[in-house]
Design a binder for this molecule. Structure first.
Ligand SMILES: Nc1ncnc2c1ncn2[C@@H]1O[C@H](COP(=O)(O)OP(=O)(O)OP(=O)(O)O)[C@@H](O)[C@H]1O
Length: 522
């Protein structure tokens, strides 16, 4: 029952037995009638089906309805065997939703709402709680469409999601507002993101507005916008930021190889994350802070130049070989800003980043910054990053720093992501108030090496150790390149396996040497 009406029996000690029995009968009839009427009004389809069945039995007896029911069951069985997917979508899930409503949710709903203090009392006799309008299941999540009672708000339910998830035996319960007074309560029954997602296939035609990098909790692909935005990726140590970066590069690979996308990279951790992908970068730095700051300054300069060139000629930027979309990936940004002892370099980095963020979206320059600590000290201009990804965090307060106020109450419990769930996090989607849980696909070391070998950037400048000295030169070599990957590119444009192996060996040696000297200095 969605509303309980506490109608008093009205029997007193002065009543005779006859009077008391009379009052009891009257009370039962009144309640029975209003209860039946309420059932018909609230569940018209189910009640119509039950009444029609009863009427049919009354008119023609048991045999014909029984035969009809058997025929329907048999047809459903044949459908299920012949086309399981269409059966699932059109009948299976609907029947299951109906079944769940009547067996799992409706019978205990009132008790559950009362236990969680989610009732209101408009009058002394009436107690009301959010009404279940619809139940829908995907097999992974049960969703209850609720209508709030006067005086209730989505925040009331959001405050109770943890005890509700325990009471409902679910790992995760979330509130999704759809309209004033209406919301979905999503109850997760199975976790599609529990297992590692293997590297996704390299797409044939990547779309910069929808780059597929993993899976959403509802089973839909996790699509990330890169065109016209900047991305802030935050996650504690070992949260899996590397797999997000590598999945993005993987999804862009054909465009990188054809020169439509130009990748710039800065890896202050000495190349731990990005070096294996180095052949795909047009510009890449991982050693001296001065060079890394220089790369960012160059990126800001080409952004400004492109912006000036586009002014008056084109209203909208379209990526092409002549005017490639540029993505600059900066891993562990704190090393260049908050942890940078050289204040001159830190402020050079700061001003470059601010120029890129404020001017880069229109002329096709995007910045992707990864941080462990999303605090204001590390990224003081977080608001310049329209797209934000929050992986596992150490503190609940860090969630709001990345996804904005109220994100944690709306379900982005990044601090509760288990340490084994690498690459799992929360994002906000356009037009949706509530954050969505996602998990990045995980390209293995072999996947990464194979990708870098198969899709190097044209003229693979990074592999030769030659950095482009000026911003003008950075655009020049790409102007005459063919649009299609593989078409008439000279073999010198690519790293062959030996070169790649020796570059990798050189990197490992350098890295170990740097680590040893850092250890011995401790
Ligand atoms: N999407 C993923 N699925 C499964 N395992 C992953 C995923 N991403 C990363 N891992 C594993 O988690 C570990 C940590 O990943 P990674 O180095 O990317 O974390 P990180 O956030 O970059 O950490 P740090 O900031 O300390 O470098 C790696 O050993 C990797 O094997």
């Amino acid at each position: 029952m969605l509303v309980s009406r506490r109608v008093p029996l009205g029997i007193s000690s002065e009543d005779t037995i006859g009077q008391a029995l009379g009052k009891l009968t009257g009370w039962a009839v009144r309640n029975g009638l209003t209860g039946a009427l309420r059932l018909v009004l609230r569940y018209p389809r189910t009640m119509l089906a039950v009444l029609s069945a009863l009427l049919l039995i009354d008119r023609v007896g048991w045999v014909l309805p029984l035969l009809l029911a058997c025929l329907l069951l048999l047809s459903a069985l044949v459908w299920r065997l012949a086309h399981p997917e269409s059966f699932r979508v059109w009948l299976g899930l609907r029947l299951r939703s109906w079944w769940l409503r009547w067996t799992r949710y409706a019978p205990r709903w009132g008790k559950l709402m009362r236990a969680h203090d989610l009732t209101v009392a408009p009058t002394a006799e009436v107690e009301a709680w959010p009404r279940i309008l619809r139940v829908r299941t995907t097999g992974v999540t049960d969703s209850l469409l609720l209508r709030l009672r006067d005086g209730q708000s989505p925040e009331d339910l959001e405050a109770k999601v943890t005890p509700l998830s325990h009471a409902l035996g679910s790992e995760d319960v979330r509130v999704r507002t759809v309209a004033p007074g209406r919301l979905w309560l999503d109850i997760r029954r199975r976790d599609l993101l529990a297992a590692t997602i293997p590297a996704l296939p390299v797409p044939v035609r990547p779309d910069l507005r929808r780059v597929e990098i993993g899976l959403r909790e509802d089973g839909a692909p996790w699509l990330l916008r890169l065109l016209g935005t900047h991305v802030l990726l935050a996650g504690a140590t070992e949260a899996g930021k590397g797999s997000v970066l590598q999945s993005i590069v993987r999804a862009l690979a054909p465009l990188i190889a054809s020169g439509v996308v130009e990748l710039w990279g800065v890896d202050p951790k000495g190349g731990m994350e990005l070096f294996p992908l180095r052949p795909m970068f047009t510009r890449y730095e991982d050693d001296s802070t001065k060079d890394m700051a220089g790369l960012l300054t160059d990126f800001a300069t080409v952004t400004r130049e492109r912006s000036a060139n586009l002014k008056g000629t084109a209203r909208k930027f379209t990526p092409s070989v002549a005017t490639p979309f540029r993505l600059c990936i900066v891993d562990e940004f704190a090393f260049l800003s908050a942890y940078q002892p050289d204040h001159r370099l830190a402020s050079q980095v700061d001003s470059a980043v601010q120029i890129i963020c404020s001017q880069g979206r229109a002329p096709g320059s995007a910045l992707l910054v990864a941080v462990q600590d999303p605090s204001k000290e590390v990224v003081p201009y977080r608001q310049l990053f329209p797209t934000r990804i929050a992986l596992r965090m150490d503190e609940p307060t860090q969630v709001e720093m990345v996804l904005g106020p109220g994100a944690r109450e709306r379900g982005a419990r990044c601090d509760e992501i288990p340490t084994w769930a690498h690459g799992t996090g929360y994002v906000k989607l356009d037009g949706r108030r509530e954050p969505v849980r996602v998990r990045a696909a995980y390209p293995t070391d072999i996947d990464v090496t194979a990708l870098a070998g198969a899709y190097p950037a044209p003229l693979a400048l990074a592999s030769t150790g030659r950095s482009l000295p000026t911003s003008a030169a950075a655009t020049a070599p790409l102007l005459d390149l063919p649009a299609q990957y593989g078409e008439a590119l000279g073999s010198s444009a690519y790293l062959d396996d030996d070169e790649l192996d020796s570059a990798w060996a050189q990197f490992s040696q350098d890295f170990q040497r740097r680590n040893q000297s850092a250890d011995s200095g401790l």
